[in-house]
Design a protein around this ligand. Structure first.
Ligand SMILES: *Cc1c(COP(=O)(O)O)cnc(C)c1O
Length: 403
């Protein structure tokens, strides 16, 4: 190495430490606790309640028509699938590279997941999508914008509209991202967001479902466990939309509560600023990694407004042994990297071969890409200096295993 660092230089921060909940959110949470009215339908006369207010504020921010707050992103996925008409036994296409709640939601509603290959940019392979629509006869696509990488949404919608395939977007990693100026989530029939601690807003657990379709919104509301109190929602459709849904949809009890909504509302007012702060961090790390010739970063097309709350990179040509040596060289420097090529699932990371509840699927292209794919969170608790140091340490670790 031409410029060795002092031996033992390490990053001593935490990759799982998010920023504190802002003071005004804490005060709002305390006020809910003091009122005792935590259930979303438990409101005082003339009060709309924190959940209903969050729904209308998020609807406005997302620039869509309807919004429903739920217990988790995973519940939002299940409810969106059912509300869009998925029935037991229906094929649901989804990305071969995603997180376990996605195939989990398809399985939970009785769907049959058929996985679509990804390309080297980690986005869904549109050629394979077309082939699998044709071969499976699928009428649904659960599109996972995995790690924030949006595919060409115009092309995707052309393919799906042309084949009469309903698109549901998993926006767990793309809250705030856009393609061609349109927010992720506003392309398909319905979209699902997560407010779990590691996503773009933090209520511990939580989810938001958005749509412009009044029937989907009505069905989702009844599915969420609204009983017949759906008129108390903040961003729901008019009562006529519930004519059939109120009898046909089961109550799956997945409501958000006022405490979590109270924590989220002040975070929503800071979301745009936080998106900018993530991209600042992403830019620092990406810039340094790009300068290391062995590392391949993920291209961000000009049409995409990306939110860099995590970063992925590949080191093509490495074998599993080199990958493991790199993970431990990085860990020695305090840098926690995830690897999607591991045989055994660990932490939050698993790949399709571990999802044995699905029919096993043959995804040679995806497997080859995941074999050398690394992933790292960029929490806002990292400073710019932290980001520079981490990127340097990654490059140093790559150098160590190569030499
Ligand atoms: C986190 C996540 C979900 C589910 O969100 P939860 O709120 O944790 O249930 C869905 N899809 C992806 C890609 C995720 O990362």
């Amino acid at each position: 190495m031409d410029n060795p660092r002092p031996p033992g230089r390490k990053f001593d921060g935490s990759f799982t430490q998010q920023e504190a909940i802002p003071e005004d959110a804490i005060n709002a949470a305390v006020a809910v606790l003091q009122s005792g009215r935590l259930h979303r339908y438990n409101v005082a006369a003339g009060e709309s309640g924190e959940v209903a207010t969050l729904e209308s504020e998020y609807r406005d921010w997302q620039e869509c028509q309807f919004c429903l707050a739920l217990t988790s992103g995973g519940q939002a996925l299940q409810i969106a699938l059912r509300a869009s008409g998925v029935q037991r036994g229906d094929v649901v296409l989804t990305n071969g590279f995603t997180l376990a709640p996605v195939p989990g939601a398809i399985e939970a509603v009785g769907g049959r997941a058929v996985l679509v290959e990804i390309d080297e940019t980690l986005r869904i392979d549109l050629g394979d999508l077309q082939r699998k629509i044709a071969s499976s006869g699928a009428r649904f696509l659960m599109l996972s914008h995995m790690r924030g990488h949006l595919c060409d949404m115009q092309k995707l919608m052309e393919i799906c509209d042309g084949a009469d395939v309903t698109v549901i977007e998993d926006c767990a990693h793309t809250m705030g991202a856009k393609w061609a100026g349109v927010r992720s989530g506003n392309w398909g029939k319905a979209a699902c967001f997560s407010t779990q601690t590691y996503k773009h807003m933090n209520s511990g657990e939580g989810g938001l479902l958005t749509t412009n379709d009044p029937l989907i919104a009505a069905r989702a509301t009844i599915l969420s466990g609204s009983y017949m109190l759906y008129e108390r929602h903040g961003a729901g459709p008019s009562p006529e939309a519930f004519a059939d849904a109120r009898y046909e949809m089961p109550n799956c009890s997945a409501r958000m509560d006022n405490l979590r909504a109270a924590i989220l509302r002040p975070q929503l007012t800071r979301l745009n600023e936080n998106l900018r702060r993530w991209n600042e961090r992403y830019g620092i790390v990406e810039g340094r990694l790009k300068a290391e010739s062995r590392i391949v970063t993920i291209p961000l097309p000009p049409a995409e407004s990306h939110v860099g709350s995590s970063i992925q990179f590949r080191v093509p040509g490495w074998n599993p042994e080199t990958c493991r040596a790199f993970l431990s060289a990085a860990a020695d420097r305090g840098v926690e990297i995830k690897w999607f090529g591991a045989k055994e699932p660990t932490g939050f990371t698993s790949n399709h071969q571990s999802w044995r509840y699905l029919t096993q699927q043959n995804l040679p292209a995806t497997d080859r890409i995941l074999e050398t794919l690394f992933d790292m969170r960029l929490p806002l608790s990292f400073s710019s200096e932290d980001c520079s140091l981490i990127a340097d340490l990654i490059c140093e670790a790559v150098g160590e295993v190569e030499n």
